[in-house]
Design a protein around this ligand. Structure first.
Ligand SMILES: Cc1cc2nc3c(=O)[nH]c(=O)nc-3n(C[C@H](O)[C@H](O)[C@H](O)COP(=O)(O)O)c2cc1C
Length: 252
């Protein structure tokens, strides 16, 4: 196994960091790594906003449901879908804004931006982990994107998607075992065998339950399917559709 694969395979989210800032050199390396990712049709439809100010981090932590690792870390990044510069580019090329509205507001362009941002974020994460740093994605920002957008002054056609806490780890959990490879990887065709899937998930439930019990000294031992059911029982963040519309991205 080479060093890159070893770094990838060693991943686990870190939720406890030293209060020690990353150097500007490290930050630059991480952002350049993000930019090296593939990007649909070369559109580079994302922007990354770095947060150093403790007060701003505290506000983002509150929005994210009081996650302490949003405050105490080495650096905090917010990954945004960004179609603002594309609107400007077409204006520079003399196109009429009303002619592009449909394209800019398409589900296709939204997917392009989300995929681009995710690829950039994962490159950042692997680069950080290869430097001995830890990371934790923060989807909790989407609890209130109106507040995030106001705090970061993001313009129309820019949607904050998630955060990334990066820093020097102080606590490293055991790795979380993934689903069996056969669940995730199918060859030639999608395999739909629900009976087989259920029996595999039962085994996986036992493994994940044991993982949580060990990690929490027995105070938590939920099954994987239990966690999924509890997540899907309540519909969350239904305001996002309105938020997209307010940022001139009503998807068509
Ligand atoms: C887009 C995204 C958002 C996430 N949001 C949060 C979050 O808000 N808080 C948190 O502690 N972990 C968050 N995570 C981390 C996941 O919980 C974690 O990756 C998952 O449980 C697997 O654990 P592992 O990364 O340690 O292997 C997020 C992960 C992703 C990819």
């Amino acid at each position: 196994m080479n060093d890159v694969i070893q770094t990838i395979m060693n991943h686990r989210s870190i939720r406890s960091f030293q209060d020690k800032a990353l150097s500007d050199e490290h930050i630059q390396t991480l952002i350049e790594s993000a930019q090296a990712a593939s990007t649909s049709s070369f559109v580079q439809a994302y922007t990354i906003i770095g947060i150093k100010d403790p007060l701003r981090k505290a506000k983002l932590a509150r929005i994210s449901g009081n996650q302490s690792h949003v405050i105490t870390n080495g650096h905090f990044l917010v990954f945004c879908l960004d179609l603002h510069r594309h609107e400007l580019s077409t204006e520079m090329e003399g196109l009429n804004p009303s002619d592009l509205q449909q394209a800019l507001e398409s589900t296709e362009m939204f997917m392009v931006g989300v995929i681009d941002a995710a690829l950039a974020a994962q490159n950042t994460s692997i680069a950080a982990e290869s430097l001995g740093l830890g990371i934790c994605y923060i989807g909790g920002l989407r609890n209130n994107l109106d507040d995030v957008s106001a705090l970061l002054k993001t313009p129309n056609r820019v949607i904050p998607l998630f955060g990334l806490s990066i820093g020097y780890p102080t606590k490293i959990n055991d790795q979380k075992q993934r689903l069996p490879l056969a669940n995730i990887y199918h060859e030639e065709e999608y395999i739909s065998d629900d009976e087989l899937l259920k029996s595999q998930l039962k085994q996986y439930n036992a493994d994940i339950s044991a993982y949580y019990a060990k990690r929490t000294n027995g105070s938590r031992a939920e099954r994987w399917t239990e966690g999924i059911a509890s997540k899907l029982k309540d519909t969350k963040r239904l305001y996002l559709k309105q938020f997209l519309e307010s940022k001139q991205l009503p998807l068509n």
